[in-house]
Design a protein. Structure first.
Length: 191
């Protein structure tokens, strides 16, 4: 997957193959959704600019757990303490839930002030990185689609329908530090 969006935001022919070896016609997706899937900037800032409203981060859960042994994309040691965090991104005025995110953050690899901000959980990861002025490298690891009706309550709808997701890794000082999967309800972006 890494070969697609490392240098460019465009794939000739519009077809990509994800980590599950599924073909995805990314060209046929709504343009703004494509932008969100491949951006190496903050999703919150992009949502605010596109929908022209403040986007709030609703923390749904956060706990310190041990790094799973089979977590290949993080490069951490099995058993290392990580922050497991879930949030949703919601429009302040509209109440629309634009995205759901699940993050795993290597606590030992984070600078102390950033770790404190993240554990406090008051704002989004992208906002914290920007406010702290940390240089990071983000790489898209996977893009896909799924149906998960258990997310309907998170998105505040009766039926969730198709969800488009992206998974990416954030490195600080060339060390994999954050692993984030963001989910977007397709119906919202297809309007």
């Amino acid at each position: 997957m890494e070969q697609y969006f490392t240098v460019r935001g465009y794939v000739p022919g519009g077809m990509i193959v994800n980590s599950n070896r599924e073909n995805l016609d990314i060209e046929s997706m709504p343009a703004f959704l494509r932008v969100l899937l491949i951006t190496d900037g903050t999703v919150t800032k992009s949502l605010e600019a596109f929908y022209w409203e403040r986007v709030l981060i609703d923390q749904l859960g956060q706990e310190t757990v041990a790094m799973p042994a089979d977590f290949r994309w993080m490069g951490g040691l099995a058993g290392e303490p990580v922050l497991d965090r879930t949030v949703r991104l919601r429009g302040e005025s509209s109440g629309t839930v634009y995205a759901y995110a699940h993050s795993i953050l290597r606590l030992k690899a984070l600078p102390e002030p950033l770790r404190e901000d993240l554990v406090a959980g008051k704002i989004g990861i992208g906002e914290i990185l920007r406010e702290r002025g940390l240089e990071t490298y983000r790489e898209v690891l996977d893009i896909g689609r799924k149906f998960d009706e258990s997310r309907a309550a998170v998105f505040g709808v009766a039926k969730c329908g198709e969800i488009i997701y992206r998974t990416y890794r954030v490195s600080i000082r060339n060390e994999p530090t954050m692993f984030i999967t963001e989910e977007f309800p397709y119906r919202l972006y297809a309007r």
